[in-house]
Design a protein around this ligand. Structure first.
Ligand code: FIX
Ligand code: ZN
Length: 419
């Protein structure tokens, strides 16, 4: 960045256009999704019916239709999609972020708006690599990270069979089953030949570590991930805390892998809603401070679900360089909150965070999620560059491009590869 001193500098409007164009055209790494490539068979989800039966839309549609919970879930996917379509797109205007997103997908892929048949014909339910690449390109997503649970048999069977992973997909080894329900995991781990005990006695820590090592060799994860409830504490004498201390963190250190923590989910506040039944709660960031202080060489990627926790996360990241805030997760992934959170992070951290991930569960979600996120990120950045330019500093295209590439791509890879 150079001082303007007599040189022509961009008008605010030019600056805004430049930032918008750079954010629009910069390819992202989507560092947390629930997507799979076609080689994982039915785990790969795409097409209109899956787009419409996204759990975000399921929850919203229950506020409109009168089906009993079980009666709705007893319907097949096609019929569920029709109920949701009728509830959110016919009987109401699709004003929510997730509902409007379906129209963004339709428009981008060339389906007729307001026509479910057209959406079904345009989006491919049986996707091959070519369609996956077309959708990723339309969303400007160069690479993405999956969520890979080694204790999910539907998934493990593909890995054991030597599945070929599309080169634009990367793995993240998900620890929820092992760490959040160790008693349940013990049954599975024992059946798989790992000598673990629910009371953590004997070889348990070594065996959990061996399990992680075995799966790291298969998946080549770019990080490990765990979601936790708002009351998450560390260190304490819980089974999870002991497993973290004695097995997971030593494993991460040996393999130089970051640990992603997703904090603040209250699972199944309404079990009748199934996948749509989780909620959010306020957490303390003190356990994250402790983790970062106790393990200064360990890198932590952290996202928080409660709006009220976002500021504490940014402040904590100012104190610990081994903490990387990422994304606006789930209930805070809406335009107004992404704007607020991204603005605040930029003000407190400069371009040293990962502004967004999509959490897409269905391939085409990438399109609307990244379209919406880019729009907000561009607006926030344009305001900050405008403020910078008003000091007399000349902001160049190259510098904007460098910063945007950091935010949308390099910050993630630099952080995970720092080890
Ligand atoms: O734990 C997670 O990774 C969450 O993102 C999901 O479980 C959640 O259902 C989701 O899709 C949120 O966007
Ligand atoms: Zn997720």
């Amino acid at each position: 960045m150079t001082c303007s001193k007599g040189e022509a500098r961009m008008t605010d409007q030019q600056l805004r256009l430049t930032v918008t164009e750079i954010v629009r055209s910069t390819r992202v790494t989507d560092m947390h999704t629930h997507l799979f490539p076609p080689s994982f068979g039915s785990l790969q989800m795409s097409g209109a019916d899956h787009v419409l039966t996204y759990h975000y839309l399921i929850a919203e549609a229950f506020r409109v239709h009168t089906h009993a919970y079980d009666a709705f879930f007893d319907l097949d996917t096609k019929r569920q999609a029709e109920v949701i379509w009728d509830s959110l797109f016919v009987r109401n205007s699709p004003l929510s972020e997730a509902a409007c997103g379906v129209l963004t997908i339709a428009k981008t892929l060339g389906a007729d708006l307001g026509d479910l048949d057209s959406l079904r014909q345009t989006l491919q339910a049986q996707a091959g690599d070519e369609y996956v690449e077309r959708v990723m390109d339309a969303a400007g997503v160069e690479r993405l990270v999956m969520t890979n649970d080694p204790l999910d048999e539907r998934e493990a069977v593909h890995w054991r069979g030597g599945v070929k992973v599309h080169p634009r997909f990367h793995a993240a080894l998900r620890l929820d089953r092992v760490l959040n329900d160790f008693a349940g995991a013990v049954r599975q781990l024992t059946a798989l030949g790992y000598a673990v005990c629910a009371d953590l006695s004997g070889q348990t820590f070594d065996e959990v570590r061996r399990f992680l090592e075995d799966w790291a060799q298969v998946m080549h994860p770019v990080y490990l991930a765990l979601s936790v409830e708002p009351t998450f504490d560390f260190p304490d004498d819980s089974v999870r805390s002991q497993l973290l201390r004695e097995a997971v963190l030593p494993f991460c250190a040996a393999q130089r892998l970051p640990l992603a923590l997703m904090i603040g989910v209250r699972r199944q506040v309404n079990p009748q809603l199934r996948d749509a039944g989780d909620s959010s709660g306020l957490a303390s960031l003190v356990p994250i401070e402790r983790l970062c202080a106790m393990y200064p060489e360990q890198r932590f990627l952290v996202t928080v679900l409660a709006r009220e926790n976002q500021h504490a996360l940014a402040v904590t990241a100012r104190k610990f360089r081994n903490l990387m805030p990422f994304g606006c997760w789930w209930f805070v992934n809406t335009g107004s909150l992404v704007d607020e959170i991204t603005r605040m992070r930029l003000e407190l951290l400069g371009p040293t965070f990962i502004p967004q991930h999509s959490d897409a569960r269905v391939l085409e979600h990438l399109i609307y999620k990244w379209h919406n996120s880019r729009t907000v990120i561009a607006g926030v950045l344009a305001d900050q560059y405008e403020a910078l330019a008003s000091t007399g500093l000349r902001v160049t295209d190259d510098q904007i491009q460098r910063d945007v590439t950091r935010l949308l791509d390099n910050n993630f890879w630099d952080f995970v590869q720092r080890g």
